[in-house]
Design a protein around this ligand. Structure first.
Ligand code: TYM
Length: 338
């Protein structure tokens, strides 16, 4: 039997709920890919501290995000679901990779530039700057073949590939060079109020983000109020009708239908009909996930136990890679005391 290809991905537990972009751009494909891959999914809490955070909220959000992964269909007895800070090798490998990353190379990361500009350049931390290098370490520790993410993470996976290739050529074959797995149609879900920008935790318009943990009424209201255009025809035109194109994309992915069949169904009908049908679909999917998440959160000790078992599983793989890296770097092994 040949080994299944390895998969690695994760999210930052930086809010009390995931949003529809995270669900469509990442979770949906994770759920499917865990069937055919040996999958590792983690909660990137070390990444979450690269912007100012509240310690109590981070702890709580880490559990909440783990519960949402499970509620959305990630099976922790099949996929390894763990917390980044439970596996110290992440921070250790990041340090090594820092030393083979160029300053100019790191300066070209567009997500850093965006986030730093938001905070004001003087307020941005060195941790925010080296964030993509920590991310590269996450992926390389598990020798992942594929990294399923949304479009906004493509550049970080490219950097990971460059660092893996560089390390391998300087120090000998050590890392698998991973590939980004990005589905074209789900790569980017846009903000409902501002359909030129991606749906994002840090968005300025709360009405533009659909949270997985929102109640059904709130979700339906947000969809009914989504920005469209004055044209009133349900056709897919990303350039000229970005609001409608976004609604059609969400509908098509969640309803597993082609855009064309939706255009046909809603031809000659107003945007109200489209939004109403979409609101029903979205709430029928997110509603049960929210309910299940709340059930899981009722038993935090059990959740913590699952995360601990999975951290052990993750550590085994991560430690083996790190030991090889340390050896290749020329670190003196620590002697075993008798
Ligand atoms: P994060 O927490 O910002 O986002 C988690 C996942 O959701 C996707 N995503 C979207 N997809 C479509 N439309 C959107 N509007 C949208 N918004 C977010 C993201 O592309 C991502 O897949 N740096 C990562 C976390 C990370 C990581 C890793 C990921 C740390 N180390 C190693 C993969 C492998 C991040 O901030 O994701």
């Amino acid at each position: 039997m040949t080994a299944k290809p390895r998969l690695f991905s994760g999210m930052q537990p930086s809010a009390d709920s995931l949003h529809l972009g995270n669900y469509i751009g990442a979770l949906l494909s994770w759920k499917e890919l865990q069937e055919t891959h040996e999958a590792f999914f983690f909660l990137a809490d070390l990444h979450a501290i690269t912007v100012p955070q509240d310690p109590t909220a981070l702890r709580e959000n880490t559990r909440r995000t783990a519960a949402q992964y499970i509620a959305a269909g990630i099976d922790p007895s099949r996929s390894t679901l763990f917390v980044q800070s439970h596996v110290p090798a992440h921070a250790q490998l990041a340090w090594v990779l820092n030393t083979i990353t160029g300053f100019g190379e790191a300066s070209r990361m567009t997500q850093f530039k965006d986030k730093a500009a938001k905070q004001g350049n003087d307020a941005a931390s060195v941790g925010l700057f080296t964030y993509p290098i920590l991310q590269a370490g996450d992926i390389l520790l598990y020798q992942a073949n594929q990294v399923p993410v949304g479009e906004d993470q493509r550049q970080h996976v490219e950097l990971t590939r460059d660092l893996a290739t560089r390390f391998n050529s300087r120090f000998g074959e050590t890392f698998t060079v991973p590939e980004a797995y990005i589905l074209k149609e789900t790569a980017k879900v846009f903000d409902l109020q501002n359909p030129q920008s991606k749906m994002s935790k840090s968005s300025e318009s709360p009405a533009g983000i659909v949270w997985v943990m929102d109640d059904e009424k709130t979700t339906a209201k947000k969809i009914m109020r989504a920005v469209t255009d004055a044209d009133a025809s349900v056709t897919f035109d990303r350039e000229n009708k970005p609001g409608v194109a976004n609604l059609l994309t969400i509908f098509s992915v969640l309803g597993e239908r082609s855009i064309e069949s939706l255009e046909n169904e809603f031809a000659g009908r107003g945007y109200g009909d489209l939004k109403k049908a979409l609101a029903e679909l979205v709430t029928s999917i997110l509603g049960p996930i929210r309910t299940r998440t709340l059930e899981l959160l009722d038993d935090p000790a059990e959740l913590d136990r699952i995360l601990a078992i999975n951290a052990d599983r993750a550590s085994e793989v991560a430690e083996a890679t790190l030991a090889q890296v340390y050896d290749r770097m020329g670190f003196l092994p620590r002697a075993t005391l008798r």
